[in-house]
Design a protein around this ligand. Sequence first.
Ligand code: ATP
Ligand code: FE2
Length: 322
Amino acid sequence: MILGIECTAHTFGIGVVHNKKILANIRDMYRPEKGGIVPLDAAKHHQHIALSLYQQALDKANINEKNIKAIALSNAPGLAPCLLEGLRFAQQKAQSLSIPIIPVNHCIAHLEIGQHEGARDPVLLYTSGANTQIIAFSSGKYRVFGETLDIGIGNFLDKFARHVGIPFPGGPFIEKEAKKGTYIELPYTLKGMDVSFSGLYTKLIQLYNNKIPPPDLCFSLQETAFAMLVEAAERALAHTEKKELVLGGGVACNTRLQEMCKVMCKERKARFFCPKKEFLIDNAAMIAYTGELMFKAGVFSPPSQVNIEPRERTDEVDVTWK
Ligand code: ATP
Ligand code: FE2
């Protein structure tokens, strides 16, 4: 059994995996009363909730903590106070059980869990809060072929939603509003396989201030931003000659984005994979799942030697387990 801990930002979670089977995936999210995430408050939330989620996960998996072989910890990238809280909890448990810690990169876990669906060598369209990247595996690393040149797609959605008075997370609200809207042309920015959202954001705010109905803005925003992402992913498929696309990260919960990916893949005769919602948003099952792959390849450390890496990038990690 591998126990996984997710702690990089707003969500604290505990997951249990055994031979790629997910036995528990418990999570709790810190919600700021207003505005964005306050890192120290998110860390306090994690500290407060950790032990109770740990117990719930063991109960759900129906195991004793003595069955745990190693603890997988999302030690990178993320908000330092949150990562430190996760590290403290992982070290305390690992030391008391005399087991090692597996340091897992959160973004790579989003990618690995996508491949749990059956893809072998995909292009990954990773669309989360802070990250928007087109990634594919090549020569021992997950290489970034394209990415956002400014903010992540999720942060862009949340920022727009906040401007129109919707609390975090804004993505689900925008998806709902979009169903009632019609199309307005908006700036479309794709350079090679890179995208950018700042021009789109500025235009949306102008239109909102000019009293254009929010449903039309939500609809057009989704059509434009998602088309940019899907076209970038299509370019990566063409460039790498790969035949599979995996969608990952919280924004992948959006059914319109999923549909656009499906259509593009069908036209290119590529296969399309998208995990279930509970594995798309931040969760600890993906950390435990990736941790198990790494553990079997010998990647783990004594608890005292593990540290946090708040700024580690996806393409910095040596992927020795593939
Ligand atoms: P990162 O993984 O880059 O550190 P994160 O952990 O904050 O960022 P996730 O938990 O993967 O990101 O995703 C959260 C994002 O997903 C939020 O921006 C939220 O608005 C967005 N989101 C969730 N559901 C939907 C939806 N149905 N449509 C669009 N966006 C959505
Ligand atoms: Fe995430």
